[in-house]
Design a protein around this ligand. Structure first.
Ligand code: NDP
Ligand code: 8X3
Length: 251
């Protein structure tokens, strides 16, 4: 019987690449995001069965209804990839935009909680499952102007650890992947479509790609049943911390 992976934020970047890599491993996919056209494109590309759910993770009722609407054949989710999220803005605390703060807390933290609460009980009932939370180096360190994004990812770090403690003994594994700089649509979202500013984030070094992160996630979810990789930090070789990037060696 094939396994089912549920991927949030599958319309772009890390989520999309992860869906593709898990399809290669034979997982049927529940793919989620707000952009239905992108989900259709992904569904057409992969060679496994897919079920698309279009919802905004910050809308609690919509998230619950979408997950409840899954047909019986799609309900026994084996792997949950909690990936949907973004940074909105990069400003000092005193100049921060409260709408951006709301977006980051609502999407990165509350969205992850809503989706997990709808899926994890089924995993417990079945006595097996794996939740992979996409955190960030921003959940391990705080950097200037990162304030609320860092807070949201520190919350993911805490929720990840809390889930792992509470789910111990249930057969459900909990893992976190914390990337450094990955070139996706992330900076275009953070800088509200400012292409030049977005490009500058990745200048002068080889940033990670979405596939690099998907490869790590694939490794984590394909370990034997007795192995849990509980936490990982993955950097580009040129990065040593949130604010330490060697931009002099671009190949
Ligand atoms: P992208 O912007 O490329 O992808 C973000 C994904 O999240 C999209 O599929 C988007 O789908 C989804 N998403 C955003 N907001 C919502 C929402 N309200 N409801 C539902 N889905 C939403 O960025 P990345 O792939 O880089 O980011 C993925 C994750 O990786 C995030 O959690 C991010 O914080 C984390 N991360 C990224 C790093 C990087 O440098 N890029 C580094 C460390 C962590 P749609 O817009 O269709 O709804
Ligand atoms: C994304 C990486 O350094 O922009 O989480 O916060 S960073």
């Amino acid at each position: 019987m094939s396994k089912i992976a549920f991927v949030t934020g599958a319309t772009s970047g890390i989520g999309r690449a992860t869906a593709e890599y898990l399809a290669e491993e034979g997982y049927d996919l529940v793919i989620c995001g707000r952009r239905a056209d992108r989900l259709k494109e992904l569904a057409d590309k992969v060679s496994v069965k897919t079920h698309s759910l279009v919802f905004d993770v910050r809308d609690r009722a919509a998230a619950c209804e979408a997950i409840e609407s899954l047909p019986a054949a799609w309900k026994a989710i084996d792997v949950l990839i909690n990936n949907a999220g973004n940074a909105h803005g990069l400003s000092s605390f005193q100049n921060g935009n409260i709408d951006d703060w709301d977006a980051m807390i609502d999407i990165n933290v509350k969205g992850l909680l809503y989706v997990s609460k709808a899926i994890v009980p089924g995993m417990i009932e079945r006595g097996r499952g794996h939740v992979v939370n996409i955190g960030s180096i921003a959940g391990k360190e705080v950097y200037p102007n990162g304030n609320v994004y860092c807070a949201s990812k520190h919350a993911v770090d805490a929720v990840n650890n809390g889930m792992r403690l509470d789910l111990n003994g249930t057969g459900v594994k909990v893992s976190q992947v914390c990337p450094g700089l990955v070139e996706t649509e992330f900076s275009m979202v953070r800088f509200k479509g400012d292409e030049e500013r977005s490009k500058s984030v990745y200048e002068g070094f080889d940033a990670l790609t979405a596939n690099d992160i998907a490869d790590l996630i694939r490794f984590i979810v394909t370990r034997p049943a007795h192995v849990n990789i509980s936490d990982t930090i993955i950097f580009p070789a040129a990065q040593a911390g949130s604010t330490i990037v060697d931009r002099s060696q671009k190949s």
